[in-house]
Design a protein around this ligand. Structure first.
Ligand SMILES: [Zn+2]
Length: 309
């Protein structure tokens, strides 16, 4: 007879969902065995949900989200019959809450992602699957070819960026050979705000692992863009951080367009080859790149681009 007892908070999760008019929301759901009193406050860096007359019946602590808006959530018991749920945000957002008094009872917090849309809505991003056709790129020890993973990752990235409001141009949609100068020309003629080439690392040393993000030698925001993307990709993939360095061939994009090459993992390592075959990594790599782009545009991408030499 749970109804006679204190309600218990049993579950907590977060998901990016399509709201009204196809506007995306970050939706946090707090599930409990019954209703309770609560107060939602805007605090510096996010929101604080104070819950009264309730007990936590799930692991306490931090839950990492990293969806581009919501960094993480913490949940903790605050005294005998109160709980605190904190939402830590990367960017400002409005929060609307609704309590569904069913069983289980669900308190739903909808955070709007309008800020992200405002950052990306006027942006043109060229997404370049780095290989196709005869040019298959790296090859794994089992049989996986680089071209067979960079195209699905690029497709996921295109979908994420379009949902966030950006205009996206792909340098190839199918498994065909397109020379780099043609792919670069597409970005130049479109006057793109960023060029993102997707690759995997390949090494003669089969024990080498990890992800890296390389950048154009021009001082035009490419290095900053690479730093943001690398950091966010590592958060999502949890692989070894091989850092960032200059990639001379990206210089062909010119001084106008920040350009990076993301090596999502190392295809020549057998563990990472197996990892690469999974749809999860293909999704998560695209999420990491999207989050890096959002941070870049939020933290000075346009000003860096304006600072041309
Ligand atoms: Zn490659």
């Amino acid at each position: 007879m749970y109804l006679l007892n204190k309600p218990l908070i049993t579950n907590l999760w977060s998901k990016v969902v399509d709201g009204e008019n196809e506007k995306q929301l970050t939706r946090v759901t707090v599930e409990s065995t019954g209703p309770y009193k609560y107060m939602l406050k805007e605090v510096s860096g996010g929101f604080l949900l104070e819950c009264f007359g309730v007990e936590i019946n799930m692991p306490e602590g931090r839950l990492e989200v990293n969806d581009g808006l919501l960094q993480d959530i913490s949940i903790e018991q605050a005294g005998n019959d109160a709980a605190r749920v904190e939402l830590f945000l990367d960017h400002p957002a409005e929060c609307v809450h609704v309590l569904y008094n069913d069983f289980p009872c669900r308190l739903v917090l909808n955070l709007n992602r309008a800020f992200i849309n405002s950052l990306l809505s006027a942006k043109k991003i060229v997404v370049d699957p780095g290989h196709g056709g005869k040019d298959f790129g790296g090859r794994g020890q089992v049989s996986l070819l680089e071209k067979d993973v960079v195209i699905p990752i690029a497709n996921n990235l295109e979908r994420n960026l379009k949902k966030a409001g950006a205009e996206v141009l792909l340098t190839r949609r199918t498994d065909k050979d397109v020379p780099l100068d043609e792919r670069a020309a597409l970005a130049t003629s479109a006057n793109a705000d960023a060029f993102i080439s997707i690759h995997t690392n390949a090494s003669a040393d089969r024990s080498e692992v990890g992800a890296a993000t390389l950048y154009s030698p021009h001082d035009n925001g490419s290095k900053e863009l690479a730093m943001y993307i690398q950091k966010e990709v590592i958060k999502k993939l949890r692989v070894k951080d091989r850092g960032s360095t200059v990639q001379q061939v990206l210089g062909c994009l010119g001084k106008e367009i920040p350009a990076v090459e993301v090596e999502v993992v190392t295809i020549t390592n057998i563990v990472e080859e197996v990892f690469l075959r999974g749809l999860t990594i293909q999704e998560r790599a695209a999420e990491g790149i999207t989050n890096g782009l959002i941070k870049y545009f939020a933290c000075g991408g346009p000003s860096a681009k304006g600072d041309k030499k």
